[in-house]
Write a protein of this length. Sequence first.
Lengths: 285, 294
Amino acid sequence: MLAQQIVNGITIGSIYALIALGLTMVYGVLKILHIAHAGVYAMGAYLGLWAYCMVPNLFVAMIVAMTLSGVAGTLIERLLYKSMLDKSRIVPLIASIGLFIAMEEAFRLIAGPYVRAFPAHFRQKPWIFGPVRISAPQMLVFGVTLALLALLWWVLTRTRMGKALRAVSMDREMAEALGVATDRIISLSFFISSALAGAAGVLVGIFYNSVYPTMGDIPAYKALAIIVLGGLGSIPGTIFGAFLVGISETFLIGFVNIPLPRDALAFIVMIAVLMFRPYGLFGKE
Amino acid sequence: MSAYAMTVSITIGIYVILAISLNIITGYAGQISLGHAAFFGIGAYASGMLATRLGAPFFACLPFAVVVTGAVGAILGIPCLRVKEDFLAITTMGINFVVQAIFLYIPFFGGALGIANIPAPSIHGAEMTKSAYLAMVLLFVLFAILVDGWLTRSWAGLALASIREDETAAEMSGVNITRFKVVAFVLGSAMAGLAGSLYAHFMSFISAADFGFTESIVILSMVVFGGIGTLRGPIIGAIILGLAPELFRPVLDYRTFVYGTMLVLLMRFQPQGLLGLDSFIVRNAKRIFTRRAA
């Protein structure tokens, strides 16, 4: 029972990690709270569903969703955020919220207000490891998350591009002075983070077998709580925060009967942590 | 004036008070709050519960709501002092979710059923008419404007502006940052509580759903839309965005889409808001007036 709860918590945590990682990367390079990231995530789910209906192959659907979400993210950066960097912080924040509202409405107007099922077929029998049962969609979530995290880690630590990205995230002006093409790196970071969000959208669509216009609502807020919890802009902090929230949610719902809804929990944890570490768990002053 | 026009005007009046109150926290003191609806809700619940549970008259409920919300603003302002900028924005958003969850899940606050049958205010036993209520709301709008005017002309207003512009420099010059931030939080929250009380007795039914994060965003958009950091901005923003749902009624299905797009376009091309400092309209108006004077 305990082990099963941990596995379920890790499943939820990996989905949160994929969404929150992109958010934290964007914050790292631009210092913007990119609320519309959750819109990109929902868009990824719709794109994945659309691609899967055309070509019933999950791998193809995933690639299509990730690429197009990545392009959308880059466009958002180029057309919207780029001109707002020297403005007060509230300007990109409101623009981002407005964009998120408009995106959700666009999904509703285009695809209709219904919940759509994701017609992916899996083997019905779960894998059983001792006391733990892992269903096929759960396995998919683990596999894809692990592969994407490993890929991200490789890009960030082992390539020139990743090095430049980390440099921009530490100090944009200094990186630019040293000859890093910051514009390209910023667009790249938006592409990567939006592609991750798109992948998360497809995974959630499959895992809960539902895709709907407002599916980005709860992730939008929760991913913000997670990246703040981890220390804005910190990648290890974000991964830790995602699994902490994922596991504590399943635990508290599974064992303790708290009178508050599960979605408020992430914020209670976050506020409690911020009181002792005002820059998050892994954040620096 | 038709009943419909009066209902719309009362709602807009309440939004004007909310926008002015948020502008004190976010516009003058520069502390981004994404959870202002929480205080609106606390005021509405305090007023509504005192009226329905203890049968208190409206003119006792309203000050009670203002005091309770101001006090909660002070208490919640303390954790907000620990965190800065984006951390603060997300903390206030978290407070909004937690407050809403408390209203929704704790039976003492009526749970999912909310608070119903909140009586309309009465004078000498006669229930206040809608037009009287509108007049009262407008009086409170005037009161909020006066408080705002007093604040911007006072030493506290200067201190808040200095915190907004450069917190470290303000501290170096001897401004007591903690004190003035709390002043801004308490004043802004108490005023939101006033709006909450007016809302509760007007609607006669309130539930947690009315005071969520979306509502906070609506209030913040009004402030930013009109021009943050000015007095005219939040008033105009609240009037325009408060009217927008009525004006867009013919295109009902596209209403929210248009709203979102409008925010994006305004921030992209006119980030100071419609009537903010150095906005397109204000700049040209100034040019016309100075030319005439010369």
